[in-house]
Write a protein that binds this ligand. Structure first.
Ligand code: SF4
Length: 210
């Protein structure tokens, strides 16, 4: 809640910036119904309603069936950003949206220690800033490059390169294995960047590769 006691709500339904005509119609309907002052696409490619009265926020949560438990406390990644990739961009060398869909479905072995943000870029231009995401995937001619432990916040960090030349299936498997290792090894509320500073890339590679 901000200083003026108005609230905001990031809608968990829309990931990777993908919106169908039906989604747009629903958003327009809700924005009018609840008189939402501002609707915004966030930096994380999600949709946020800004400046809502608290009563409107509660009613909207009920209508949209938004749970009180934030997504990052479940056994899933917090959010996935993905660029248009090889399906929609002339520079794309990998299907970033397709891989994003798969990663959204990953079921882990337990709750993650803290938020895990995923950035998937379809080529080295890295439009989804993969190097500063907890999980970064960037497509190259030879396959996906996977980095772990990036962060763009108050103590920014470039992620460590875990492996490269990965197929979609290999990338999925390695991301899953790495996140399971992270959730079993890191202390609660330790972001992947801080975990990797202490743990080190060699130890992680030893644990998850081979
Ligand atoms: S990262 Fe590459 S493929 Fe993705 S939108 Fe940017 S230029 Fe296109």
């Amino acid at each position: 809640m901000s200083d003026n006691q108005k609230t905001y709500l990031v809608l968990p339904h829309f990931q990777a910036g993908l919106l169908s005509p039906e989604d747009l119609e629903q958003l327009a309907h809700l924005a009018r119904k609840y008189q939402i002052p501002k609707t915004k696409i966030t930096g994380a490619q999600r949709v946020a309603f800004l400046g809502m009265e608290p009563e409107a926020l509660e009613a909207l949560k009920v209508e949209m069936q938004i749970p009180e438990t934030p997504p990052h406390t479940r056994n899933r990644v917090h959010y996935v950003q993905a660029c248009p990739g090889s399906t929609w961009c002339q520079f794309g060398q990998g299907d970033a949206l397709g891989l994003g869909e798969l990663i959204k479905q990953i079921e882990l072995e337990g709750p993650l220690p803290y938020k895990v943000k995923v950035g998937i870029s379809g080529c080295r231009f890295c439009c989804c800033e993969s190097w500063i995401r907890d999980v970064g995937l960037t497509a190259e001619k030879k396959g996906w490059r996977f980095s772990f432990g990036g962060n763009g916040a108050g103590r920014p960090r470039i992620g460590d390169l875990v492996a490269e030349g990965l197929s979609d299936d290999e990338a999925m498997a390695l991301v899953t294995k790495t996140l399971n290792y992270y959730l079993h090894t890191a202390k609660f509320k330790t972001r992947s960047a801080r975990f990797m500073e202490r743990f080190g890339i060699e130890a992680l590679q030893k644990a998850v590769l081979g």
